[in-house]
Design a protein around this ligand. Structure first.
Ligand SMILES: *Cc1c(COP(=O)(O)O)cnc(C)c1O
Length: 392
C-alpha cells in the first residue's frame, strides 16, 4: 500500500506537484524517478527484500505517482490503475451484491455503462438522480445504500453537486462519498476537504495533460479503505505499466501551470461563445448566468477549460466540428491541445437516448476542451467555424 511521505503535505500545491512522492534515485542520484521496467525483484535471502516482491503488487515508479496524486488531493494513500474506468471498477468492488449506490445521472458515459452493464449483473443496485439537488440524493437513499458517486462539474452538461452538503449527508448516514474529480483537478477543486472519502481520476485527461497515455487513480484518507483498495488492486490486477506511470508523473509537474491557462482561456472563450448569435446556450460554470455559478465560486477556485455549447441541430454541430481547425475532432479532453467532440454520438453514445434528452444532451450539443494554444488563435478559429456553421 502506497502511503505519502510524511513531509509531502508541507508545501503549496504547485510545489507539491513538482516534488511530492519523489526522491532522487538512490543508486545514481537521478533527479527524475526512473521507469522501473521490471516484473520482479531479487530477494537477498528467503523472505528478505526491499519492500518490492512482484510488480503487480508494487513498482517504484507507480509508488511515486500514487504518492504524488494522493498529495495533490490532500489524501494520504493513492492507487494507480490502467485507466480511469479501472479505477472506478476497483472502487465499486469495495461493495458487495445487494449494496445500493446513489449516482449522478449525468456521469461519464463509460461509468454509466460500467455500472449498468456490469455491476448490476453482479448484484449492485444503482439509483441515478439529478445531484444538482442534494434533496434528490437524500430521497434516493435506502437502508442498503453504501455509496454516493458523483462527478462535478459533469460531462458534458456542467452540472454541479454541492460537495460540502453531500459530504455532510454522507457522513451523517455513514455512507461513502466518491467524487470523480477528473474535470476540475485538485488545482480547482479539493473534494476530500469538502467531505469526500475517495477521489477518482482519469489521469488520461488533465493530470497527464499530454494525450499520450491512458490511466486512472483513486485516493483516500481512510486507512481502512486504503487497505481494501490495496488488496483489490493486487488481487484484481488492473494496474498501469511503469512507463504510463512515469508519463502521468511528468504531467502532474506542470498541472498547476496548465490549469491556470486552461482556466483563463476557458473563461474568455465561454464569454465569447455566450455572446455569439449562433450559440443558443453556453454551459460553463464560470458564466454568471450559469444556474449554479454561486456554488461554483464557493467550491471551486477556477472553472477550467471544459465548455459545452448548444448549436440547435445535428447539421450545424456536424458542420462546426468538421470546419474548425485548431480544435481536433476527437474523444477525450484535458490535453495541451484543444479538442472538440459531439457527446451524443461519441462519449455519451452508450447513455440511453431518453436519459440524454431529459438532461439536455441533445444532438446539437458540442463539447470543447480548451487547450493551451494562443487564445487569439483559438478565438479566430471558433469565429470562422461558427460563420460557416451558420449556413448549415
Ligand atoms: C475519461 C473519463 C473517465 C474514464 O477514464 P478512462 O481513462 O478513459 O478510462 C471517467 N470519468 C471522467 C469524468 C472522464 O472524463
Amino acid at each position: 500500500m502506497t502511503r505519502i511521505f510524511d513531509d509531502d503535505l508541507e508545501h503549496a500545491l504547485a510545489t507539491r506537484a513538482v516534488h511530492a512522492g519523489q526522491r532522487p534515485d538512490e543508486a545514481s542520484g537521478a533527479i527524475m524517478t526512473p521507469i522501473y521496467q521490471t516484473s520482479t525483484y531479487v530477494q537477498t535471502a528467503l523472505g528478505e527484500h526491499k519492500g518490492f516482491e512482484y510488480a503487480r503488487t508494487r513498482n517504484p515508479t507507480r509508488d511515486a505517482l500514487e504518492r504524488n496524486v494522493a498529495t495533490l488531493e490532500g489524501a494520504t494513500h493513492g492507487f494507480a490503475y490502467a485507466s480511469g474506468l479501472a479505477a472506478t471498477d476497483t472502487v465499486l468492488k469495495l461493495l458487495s451484491a445487494g449494496d445500493h449506490v446513489v449516482s449522478g445521472w449525468n456521469l461519464y458515459g463509460g461509468t454509466h455503462r460500467l455500472m449498468t452493464h456490469i455491476f448490476e449483473r453482479h448484484g449492485l443496485e444503482f439509483s441515478f438522480v439529478d445531484t444538482r439537488d442534494v434533496g434528490r440524493i437524500e430521497e434516493a437513499l435506502q437502508p442498503a445504500t453504501k455509496m454516493i458517486f458523483v462527478e462535478t462539474p459533469t460531462n458534458p452538461m456542467m452540472h454541479l453537486t454541492d460537495l460540502a452538503a453531500t459530504g455532510a449527508l454522507a457522513k451523517d448516514r455513514g455512507i461513502l462519498l466518491v467524487v470523480d474529480n477528473t474535470f476540475a483537478t485538485p488545482v480547482l477543486q479539493r473534494p476530500i476537504a469538502l467531505g469526500a472519502e475517495i477521489v477518482i481520476h482519469s489521469t488520461t485527461k488533465y493530470l497527464n495533460g499530454h494525450s499520450d497515455m491512458v490511466g486512472g487513480m483513486a485516493v483516500t484518507t481512510r486507512d481502512d479503505i486504503a487497505e481494501q483498495l490495496a488488496f483489490i488492486q493486487n488481487a484484481a490486477g488492473g494496474i498501469p505499466g511503469p512507463l504510463d506511470c512515469w508519463l502521468a508523473l511528468r504531467g502532474t509537474k506542470t498541472l498547476a501551470l496548465r490549469m491556470a491557462q486552461h482556466d483563463a482561456s476557458g473563461r474568455a472563450i465561454a464569454g465569447f461563445l455566450n455572446e455569439h448569435s449562433l450559440v443558443q446556450h453556453t454551459y460553463y460554470p464560470g458564466l454568471p448566468d450559469h444556474p449554479q455559478h454561486e456554488l461554483a465560486c464557493r467550491q471551486m477556485s477556477g472553472f477550467g477549460g471544459m465548455i459545452s455549447i448548444e448549436l440547435g441541430s445535428t447539421p450545424r454541430a456536424r458542420c462546426f466540428v468538421e470546419t474548425i481547425r485548431l480544435f481536433a475532432l476527437a474523444e477525450s479532453l484535458g490535453g495541451v491541445e484543444s479538442l472538440i467532440g459531439h457527446p451524443a454520438s461519441m462519449t455519451h453514445a452508450s447513455v440511453p437516448r431518453a436519459m440524454r434528452e431529459e438532461m439536455g444532451l441533445t444532438d446539437g450539443l458540442v463539447r470543447l476542451s480548451v487547450g493551451i494554444e494562443d487564445l487569439d488563435d483559438l478565438l479566430k478559429d471558433l469565429d470562422q467555424a461558427l460563420a460557416v456553421a451558420a449556413k448549415a
